[in-house]
Design a protein. Structure first.
Length: 82
């Protein structure tokens, strides 16, 4: 009788809502080829990760261009060679 009462009580108790799990960020996949290779690799990252990768690549490119533009200049040289 007690078992029946406990069973009835648990069935009538309101169900507690399950804690909502945060949705994982959507992955974005790209195909990358390493320099000198014809094989591509699939790389998947979140949008925030790709934004950081793209920003780092832009910074590296800007730095390389800056160094290239300054490569022929010197503090002591002049145009006429003196």
């Amino acid at each position: 009788m007690l078992t029946l009462f406990l069973l009835a009580a648990t069935l009538q108790a309101p169900a507690q809502p399950a804690a909502e799990k945060p949705k994982p960020e959507k992955k974005i996949c790209r195909r990358d080829a390493a320099t000198g290779s014809i094989m591509t690799m699939r790389t998947c990252r979140t949008a925030a990760d790709w934004a950081k990768v793209d920003a780092d690549a832009a910074d590296a490119t800007a730095e390389a261009l800056r160094q290239r533009s300054n490569a022929g200049t010197s503090m002591n040289s002049t145009r006429d060679g003196s």
